[in-house]
Write a protein that binds this ligand. Structure first.
Ligand SMILES: C[S@@+](CC[C@H](N)C(=O)[O-])C[C@H]1O[C@@H](n2cnc3c(N)ncnc32)[C@H](O)[C@@H]1O
Length: 326
């Protein structure tokens, strides 16, 4: 597994600082990591809060196995749940981690998933067009999705989830390939189809790999990521205790929009406050060291904190936040 263990956790310092603003380092606090991945953030939290316990979710069996290895020194304090975080509210009911002090969502795919060609997430390597994070259930793969959806539905997916300007043209080309009995079943076939479909000047203008947006869209659709995020956030609100913190790192504007709107709704309903009005982004140094962090946006919501300071949306002075510490 060591070669795959290359996921560098994003904005770890900022996450820890936000948790420290609400939770004493020696508290027997309860954390939830909704997206365990390789366990990098989980490890940092467990090290900073040595008396804390953690319940961690990941729907990917490979991620859970890798995280168990990486967290082997802390397993007495960690419980790993093989579930989708969209069910967090239901699963927390009556559980000893209900009323958690801190919940973390680090959305999207891990590097381990991206660099494994057989998972089909990457347009850089050739592999089966799979893209399921959870391969243990009977959900459909990306190949099955593009083999079965009609042109308008495919175009909607590419447009809504990939913000792909050439969505309809690509969807039409897929339908034509299907008629010839050549529906793309591998990542390389889909990438080649997109390259053949879009004229060279259009590809040059895109400023990114011509398949990037379609791949993002398929991944979101295959894993119902937007629905899971919406439900997961509501579940997290129900699961967090008074003055508990929900931290979310998102990697594209569709996710960030959902998080931003949901937090604003909660603030409007008097349920708490945001830690900062604008999203927190990685430092230049972090982006230089880890290019994958460049699109990250962190937002944090503090349940029950309706103080004016946070209502105005300023980043809290973390040293001052003694009120409400667990
Ligand atoms: C960006 S990685 C997390 C990396 C992790 N923070 C670390 O430090 O290693 C996202 C992880 O969340 C998992 N994931 C994404 N959506 C999920 C969902 N709805 N339910 C459960 N796990 C999910 C993915 O399988 C992936 O392993």
């Amino acid at each position: 597994m060591a070669a795959l263990d290359t996921h560098v956790p994003v904005m770890t310092r900022e996450i820890i600082e936000i948790f420290e603003g609400q939770i004493r380092p020696n508290a027997e606090a309860v954390f939830v990591d909704a997206t365990l991945g390789a366990g990098g953030h989980a490890k940092a939290v467990l090290e900073r809060f040595p008396r804390a316990s953690m319940t961690a979710f990941d729907q990917d069996a490979d991620a859970r196995a890798l995280a168990s290895e990486n967290l082997s020194g802390h397993m007495g304090r960690v419980r790993i749940i093989p579930e989708n975080f969209r069910d967090i509210g239901r699963l927390a009911e009556g559980a000893d981690w209900h009323g958690a002090s801190g919940i973390l969502f680090d959305l999207g795919v891990s590097n381990m998933q991206l660099v494994t060609p057989e998972r089909g997430f990457s347009f850089q390597d050739d592999g089966p067009l799979d893209m399921r994070m959870n391969r243990d259930d009977d959900s459909i793969t990306a190949a099955e999705l593009i083999a079965t959806k009609d042109v308008s539905e495919l175009a909607r997916i590419f447009r809504d989830y990939g913000e792909e300007r050439h969505a309809y043209r690509i969807a039409k080309a897929i339908a034509r390939a299907r008629e010839r009995g050549e529906s793309p079943a591998a990542t390389g076939e889909l990438t080649a189809l997109i390259r053949r479909t879009l004229p060279a000047p259009v590809q040059r203008k895109m400023g990114t790999h011509p398949a990037r947006r379609v791949f993002q869209a398929l991944r979101i659709a295959v894993n119902s990521e937007m629905e899971a995020l919406s439900e997961g956030l509501d579940g997290a609100l129900a699961t967090t205790g008074h003055m508990g913190v929900i931290v979310v790192i998102s990697y594209h504007s569709l996710e960030d929009r959902i998080v931003k709107r949901r937090f604003l709704e909660w603030v409007g309903a008097g349920l708490g406050g945001v830690a900062a009005k604008r999203p927190i982004t990685p430092s230049g140094e972090e982006i230089e060291a880890n290019r994958s962090s460049r699109s990250a946006k962190l937002r944090a919501f503090i349940k029950g904190d309706t103080s004016d300071k946070r209502k105005k949306g300023r980043r809290p002075d973390l040293n001052e936040s003694a009120v409400g510490k667990a």
